[in-house]
Design a protein around this ligand. Sequence first.
Ligand code: AMP
Ligand code: ZN
Length: 472
Amino acid sequence: MMDIKTYLYNTLTKQVDEFVPNEPGKVAMYTCGPTVYHYAHIGNLRSYIMEDVLEKYLRFVGYDVKRVMNITDVGHLTSDGDTGEDKMLKGAKREHKTVMDIARFYTDAFMADCEKLSIKKPDVVEPATNCIPEFIHMIEVLLEKGYAYVSGENVYFDTSKLDNYYVLSSQKEEELQVGVRDDVDEDTNKKNKTDFVLWFTKSKFDNQELKWDSPWGVGYPGWHIECSCISMKHLGEYMDIHCGGVDNIFPHHTNEIAQSESYTGHKWCNYWFHVNHLNTKNGKMSKSKGEFLTVSLLEEKGYNPMAYRFFCLQSHYRKPLEFSWEALDNVVTAYDKLVKRIANLTEEGTVDSSACEEYEKKFAGALANDMNTSSAITVLYDMLKAALSDASKRHLVARFDEVLSLNLTKAWENGESAVDDDLSAYVEGKIAERAAAKKAKDFATADAIREELASQGIVLKDTREGTLWEKQ
Ligand code: AMP
Ligand code: ZN
């Protein structure tokens, strides 16, 4: 284990806490997986990218991580407040296919997108439809313990039985009732507004395709129960980190805590890691609204998915991130420049292990500070500029890329030829001359240098990080 303390913002305590797992050296980690009724949009994938960095960081500093993810293939209705249509059924109708066909197709599509973005597959990936007996068992225990009730032939969790239902949020109840507020036909079977469905038997939809026998009649599970059961099936009754997007805080994660802790009778998960949203200028990116941006669409437009990963890593996971093609273009240029810079590293010199250890500590230190990925990238840039042998730099790039997963080592692995050093030196020299001319307010010379380079197919781009160039 690296001798380092990790600090993470914890939605449960609403502060940055030192991360101390239940068992020394081991981390039990759970991620809410996708609802597989459509392609994942790049907003969903922002969450998975940042969770992937967290997992890889924990492994980097020496933890033995077990990560579990569910696949939601039943029970997630169009409103998180348990109303509307089952999203899977909606997807099946849209495409004139069966629910299971839709689930299989979009699970595979999700995994393919993750692979393109170098998101590691969790150790366990479990579809909800695999675990019906586990859901039924948990619901039976909740009924026995008096935390649940049957009403109108559905089973509900009784939120009034808890001292503090809103453990994850400090917002006022009314502000949180998004799902309920949007509800045109409020469910009159509920005793309390915040109660939620554990098992549906009286579906409003006669054509609900997937149904199972249960002690309460033929039906299907609610959405929240799947994450409580699937995590406990593979991680036991105690968990270290639970992840998801911020929209999952309420009601999904709030309900997961309610049912899991009522079931076990003790605290369940110590750290809650939530990734903020990717927005467009019109607001939160979602599957139902606006331009539906997928990894395939990025590729169709000629973008390397790695550029999108780099885009995400440059900002902090707790801040909203606004997507624009312009912003992505800037990242592409910076990414290509970085890859070229790395491709130019030779195998010369020896690996200076004590200097490398220092840099690894700096890199881990940036991430240990509540996953500050942009600082970690700065450590990478600083290291590339430092007076170290190329061999040491190669070693460190490979180590850092275990966490960043930006395909930074691909040039050496593929045996690609490095960028022509002479060309690089020539262009960098011209860029410096142009900067000096601009500083001296000699804009004619500055423009002439740009045009001279353009005539050789070299395009300059002025960015906040300085002038970047590309050979076309
Ligand atoms: P879903 O497939 O709708 O269940 O969502 C999968 C994951 O993506 C969940 O963790 C959501 O919280 C997260 N998510 C949804 N929309 C966004 C967004 N615009 N930006 C970041 N994460 C999101
Ligand atoms: Zn979940």
